[in-house]
Ligand binder design. Sequence first.
Ligand SMILES: [Ca+2]
Ligand SMILES: [Ca+2]
Ligand SMILES: [Ca+2]
Ligand SMILES: [Ca+2]
Length: 448
Amino acid sequence: MSTSSGVQYKYVPVDPLFWNQWNFHNTGQKGGANDADIDAVEAWDFGLGDTRVVIAVVDMGVENHGDMMYYRLVNGYDYAGFSILSNPLVPDGDPSPGDGCVAHGMACAGLAAGAHDYFGIAGLCSECKVMPIKIFDDFGRGLSDNKQIATAIAHAGLYGASIMTNSWAFNRCDTGTFAHKDIRFAIRYANNVMPIFFAAGNGLGCVKFPANMKEVIAVGATDSINGRWWYSPTTSSGDSMDIVAPSGDVNLYGDIWTMDINGNRGYNPPENCDYGPLSDYVDQNYTRRFGGTSAACPQAAGTAALLKSYDVKSTWRNLTVTDIKEVIKHSSDDLGTPGWDSNFGWGRLNAMKALVAISRGDIDKNGLITLVDIIWLVNYVFDKDRIATGCLGSDPGNCWTPTPHKGLADTNCDGIISLVDVTYLVNFYYNNPPGSPAPPICYHYNYP
Ligand SMILES: [Ca+2]
Ligand SMILES: [Ca+2]
Ligand SMILES: [Ca+2]
Ligand SMILES: [Ca+2]
């Protein structure tokens, strides 16, 4: 199969609800524009993640689910406690979402890491683990104690998370007052060990705090036809939109399919709650109504988790926190005014381009640079101009379907594919001369 852009891919999820997930793979199936998506299918040719990668979901809790089995949940924490008037906040070790309407944490976790199996939806990093950290109570009421919120953020840093996703914000355009200093401190602390993603915030016009901190990646939202959603902020001086990702409308009028709290709880069925439309998917474990910058953010975090997964499998790539953030920004699909702009930031998240940026030279996409890659590259470089006679199995140059991207052959990032790339990769593989560099992170994507 291939996309309209000619990029080939081999793997498509078998999850029955996947065809609804236009944000991951948009063929116009919901009336949207072809390819107005994040190229998730093309990215999955690089793998579905790694169990060593943990995504901290700082939200309203995550529980065992058909698409998020208990063994994929690492210990988290409930900083909000179960809150009813007669029962004061009692933080505990159970960050499950409770019995209310608020499936926000489940919905975010599903987008970042829903399982690829024969059930439900598909998420971005299917093999990754999730650390649920709860800062909202079972009724969706946020913690009022900023020190507790700061502790929750620091928790992810202290207990081994690799990526943090935050689909929440304060309703303010500045970077907070003295009372918010602990939150700022915790974010700067956690930023030392992992990339942090924040929803840019809905409807206030500006990028909200903490998304407007320079340390974090702020994620806005685009619709299915390449436009900015009305609620997605434009930036002014002092704040920063980094990227956008596809999403639906707010207040459960969206059309993003994801996990819900199991059974007769959560967003579905909606009649249990006092908001939202009165129809949803028949399986109460899933919702088709998510949206807002809340749904955009975990897609960026899930993509970062795929990058981190590639990194931990790799023997040669060693990504820093800054590397991952830079790759997420600069591998996006530019929309609007060329370059960074106030509507779309650097552009719309593109998971495939992000993976291609960090894996030049790894032609077979297995995380390693081996003789196999060199042989593929040699055959491609020497055979690419010959008229193909069909794939005979012994001639990789002719057989090479560049899945998912020809850029993998541009090992030295000079924008062309040539014998120089072969030499570059051979030198690195044999470390001759000593210190021969690994393929660089590379944002060139247009090859004939
Ligand atoms: Ca699934
Ligand atoms: Ca439900
Ligand atoms: Ca390889
Ligand atoms: Ca080259």
